[in-house]
Design a protein. Structure first.
Lengths: 110, 110, 110, 110
C-alpha cells in the first residue's frame, strides 16, 4: 500500500532524528560550548522540509571534562522535533533510557 | 494519538535514511573505492534495529574525478531500505530527481 | 627522525582542519542559520588540544537556496585556525581556489 | 616563516587523521560488520592527496554488543597512515592510551 499522510509524517520525523544524530555525533563539546552547539543543531535541522521545530538540550552535567571536552553522543542530549506534513503533526523525542538514547514518536495528530 | 505499528515502521525507516545520509555524506570516494564504501554503508546501517536490508548503489559515472576523488553526496547514490516493525514491512528509497536526492516511502504492508 | 615541535604544531593544525571539515560537511545550512553554525564550529574545534583560535566565515552568497537550504561544503566557507604547540605558533587557512577548497599552512613561528 | 616540506607533510598527515576520525566516528558497527568498515575507511582516506597508505584495525573485543552493535569511536580502533609530500615521508598513528585515542607523528624522513 501507499503510505498515508500520517505515515509520511512519521517517516519525515525519523529522517530528522537520524540526520541530527549522525551529523553531530562526535562533535567536540564542553560545558562552555554546548549552548552554541544546541542553537546550531536546532537551526540546521529546522531547515529541512516539513520540520516546524527542533529543541536540543545538552546536559552539561553529562559531559566528561577530564580532558576539557568530550565528543557529543546521544547520552548527552534530549531532543524534541515537531513535523507537519499535509496537515498532520508528529511530535518525536530522543532521550536517554538506561544509558541508551531512544528515539520515539510521542504523538500523531488525527 | 499514539503511533500505529505502521507509523512506527515508517519512523524507523526515516531514521535509517537520515543516519545513512548524514553519517556518510562527505566521505572521499572514487570509482575504485566505491565498492568498499557501498558494502560498509549497507552493513553498518543493517546493524540498526528493525532494519532487515539495505542496498546502496554508487554510480561511478556520477563521481567527479577531476581531482581523483570527490566527496559523497546523495546525488551519487541510490539506496533502498527494508524495515520490519511488529509484523509490518516498509520499503523506502532514495534516488536523485532533478538533481536533488529525494527520500520516499515506496510501500507499507497492511 | 622524531618530529620537531614545529612539525608537531603542523600536525595538530592538520588534525583540526580535517576534523572541522568532516564533522560539519553535510550540515543543512541556509542564510538565516549560517551565523549559529559558524559560532558552533568555532567553539567546538577550539575545544581541541593546542587550538588557540578558530575563525569560520560562511558566505551566504554561496549558499544555493533553490530548496531553501543546502548542505555545507568547503566551497561555502573560509576558515582560519591558530595552533600553539610547545611555544611554536602555526596559522593555517582553508579557502576556495578554482572551486576546490584548499587547506594550507600559512606561517610557522621560529 | 613558510612551512618546510617536512612541516607540510606533517600538516597533511594531521588532515587525514582528523578527516578519518570525524567522518567515521558514530558509524554503527558490530563484530560482523567491522571488516567492511575497515576496508571502506582505508580506501576512502587513501583517495586524499599525498596519502600513500592507511591501515585501520577495529578490535571486535572492544565493541559493546549489548544492543547488537555500537557506534564507532577512537577507542575501538588503531590506525596507521603514511604520507609522502615532496619526497618526505611521515608515519603517523592513532591508538588508545589510558582510554583516550591519541594521534601522534611516529617518524619523519630526513
Amino acid at each position: 500500500m501507499e503510505p498515508s499522510p500520517r505515515e509520511e509524517a512519521c517517516f519525515e520525523a525519523g529522517i530528522k532524528f537520524g540526520a541530527l544524530y549522525h551529523q553531530f555525533a562526535g562533535t567536540p563539546v564542553s560545558p562552555s560550548s554546548s549552548d552554541s552547539l544546541e542553537r546550531a543543531i536546532e537551526q540546521s535541522i529546522e531547515n529541512q522540509p516539513h520540520c516546524t521545530s527542533v529543541s536540543v538540550d545538552i546536559d552539561p552535567e553529562e559531559l566528561d571534562t577530564t580532558y576539557g571536552y568530550t565528543e557529543l553522543t546521544g547520552e548527552h542530549m534530549t531532543v524534541e522535533i515537531e513535523i507537519e506534513y499535509d496537515g498532520r503533526n508528529v511530535t518525536a523525542r530522543m532521550a536517554t533510557e538506561e544509558g541508551y538514547p531512544l528515539m520515539a514518536v510521542e504523538s500523531v495528530s488525527e
